[in-house]
Design a protein around this ligand. Structure first.
Ligand code: TXE
Length: 481
């Protein structure tokens, strides 16, 4: 299998004819080659996007919306094959891909197909001066969308759907580790009536093709989701060129559990927020802080629940936890687990490599719970991004808040309490872009999504995304005689 680029409506080989190997996490075997593109391919894609822009940006809103809706329907009609491709490429349970990733990819297109029909710009009347201002919101032109490997199609479509809805032409790059479903989507888009050149998909390494997208003078905005270090590098390249930037980066999210919460609901949800997608979601609650009065009970119940999770082949319907995305990522996660003793941590369960019979070379790890005695340790300060959580008790609301905020990240936080005033106080003071009270990862696509501190810059979702992907221009008319 060869995963090519999609430029100007055609699947084509990279200009230099260089390729990268792609591996299947469930068995560690090579299964596809991927275009290893570079600056020359980016130039070609930008030319295609430039020629497509005039027509696409002048399509009526109704027509654009109809095409995005066609894409949503086509994704749904191919749900089974897309879910199978996603699971094979990423190692996530097939059931998760079929229930969450692929339906959400369709939802992203459906949502922005509707949102663009409701998106309006402002007008300001300067009363007494016979002046009216109105704002035009035109597409930016050519925009770059760069996405990661943890939720491949879900996050790829989260960026390109609003970019296209707003009338831009897109140069998109999926992660080189999980490129398959983006390639399949490229074909779906063409079959659904998206004109050629409007969406160009380039494959390859971040350091070459990714960097070339970020540097290209005609790509005026970059929407990126990925690691914090990569985000910093992208910002350093794009800022001197005055590009618009939306960066959704890492997280080290706190989970604050108070004695007065709904215990069973909290326990089930905390299991999910810790280990869904092998813990490889930027929103996972990786630091669990529990009020001391219920700490021992929680520790026992949680560890027992974690031990009952099934680690297995992604296609097995009994599997709760599949394979990690790559060997190098598995090694990174393992290095953190191995540092537990020297960082004051005690492993309560898991953390060892799991061998699945018949798939011995796959990247499996037993989910790991580590009890720690200080929030300043590396396990609690650095993003591990795997099936690893830490536990620590707290004695007061103030201490819980301090622990939650004492970290460089600020993406999301969960609070478990039935005390309304406490939930309001904490929601106000937690330093994060998103706070969940008595829930986790419940998403309404209209809400602003993103983080503060080292978790990123800007917000996506709803009209925030459409504002990001448009350029406002104010027109001021004076109509006095
Ligand atoms: O991601 P990268 P990596 C975190 C997680 C993980 C760490 C590193 O902690 O362990 O990041 O993961 C492209 N210019 N998250 O190294 O490199 C790259 O090709 C332009 C959190 O795999 O950030 C890919 O398409 N693009 C996270 C995308 O950036 C570049 C999700 C993301 O890859 C580039 C994933 C460059 N210089 C990892 N360098 C989240 N927030 O959800 C790389 N890329």
């Amino acid at each position: 299998m060869q995963i090519q680029n999609i430029i100007d409506g055609h699947s084509i080989d990279p200009i230099d004819n260089r390729w990268i190997d792609v591996f299947e996490p469930a068995n560690g075997k090579f299964y596809a080659t991927l275009a290893n593109s570079n600056e020359a391919d980016v130039n070609k894609a930008v030319e295609a996007a430039e020629s497509a822009f005039e027509e696409w940006s002048n399509f009526t809103i109704a027509k654009r919306s109809e095409i995005l809706m066609n894409i949503a329907h086509a994704i749904e009609s191919q749900l089974d094959s897309l879910a199978a491709a996603e699971s094979k490429d990423n190692g996530k349970p097939l059931s998760l891909a079929a229930k969450v990733d692929i339906p959400r990819a369709a939802d992203n297109f459906r949502f922005f197909a509707h949102a663009i029909t409701q998106f309006a710009s402002e007008s300001h009347e300067s009363i007494g001066l016979k002046t009216i201002n109105y704002t035009l919101r035109h597409p930016i032109g050519i925009v770059g969308c760069i996405s990661p490997w943890n939720l491949p199609l879900y996050l790829f479509t989260w960026k390109i759907a609003p970019a296209l809805a707003a009338g831009n032409c897109v140069i998109a790059k999926p992660s080189e580790i999980t490129p398959m479903t983006a390639f399949l989507l490229g074909k779906i888009c063409l079959e659904s009536g998206l004109p050629k050149g409007v969406l160009n998909i380039l494959n390859g390494l971040g350091s070459s093709v990714g960097q070339a997208i970020v540097s290209h003078p005609k790509i005026k905005a970059i929407s990126f989701t990925g690691g914090t270090q990569t985000g910093a590098q992208i910002a350093a390249t794009a800022a001197p060129k005055f590009k618009k930037l939306s960066l959704e980066l890492g997280g080290k999210n706190p989970n604050l559990i108070f004695e007065d919460c709904d215990y069973d609901k909290m326990l089930n949800t905390t299991l999910r927020s810790s280990f869904s997608n092998q813990g490889q979601i930027c929103l996972c609650g990786s630091r669990i802080f529990v009020e001391r009065s219920i700490y021992n009970k929680f520790k026992t119940d949680f560890v027992n629940a974690v031990k009952s999770l099934n680690v297995g082949h992604p296609s097995d319907p009994q599997t709760d936890i599949g394979a990690l995305v790559s060997d190098s990522h598995l090694q990174k996660v393992k290095r953190y687990i191995d540092m537990a003793p020297s960082e004051g941590g005690k492993i309560l369960c898991g953390g060892d490599i799991k061998i699945i019979s018949g798939f011995e070379e796959g990247y499996y790890l037993n989910p790991c719970v580590i009890e720690i005695d200080n929030n300043a340790c590396r396990l609690n300060q650095e993003e591990i991004f795997g099936p690893v959580v830490t536990l620590m008790p707290f004695d007061s609301e103030k201490e819980a808040l301090d622990l939650a905020n004492s970290v460089s990240y600020g993406l999301s936080a969960s609070v478990w309490t039935n005390n309304l005033n406490r939930s309001m106080r904490l929601s106000e003071k937690l330093e994060s872009g998103i706070v969940w009270v008595n829930t986790w990862m419940q998403r309404d696509l209209r809400t602003p999504f993103g983080g503060t501190k080292d978790s990123g810059v800007g917000r996506e979702g709803g009209f925030e995304a459409l504002r990001f992907f448009t350029e406002p221009k104010n027109i001021c008319i004076n109509y006095s005689d």
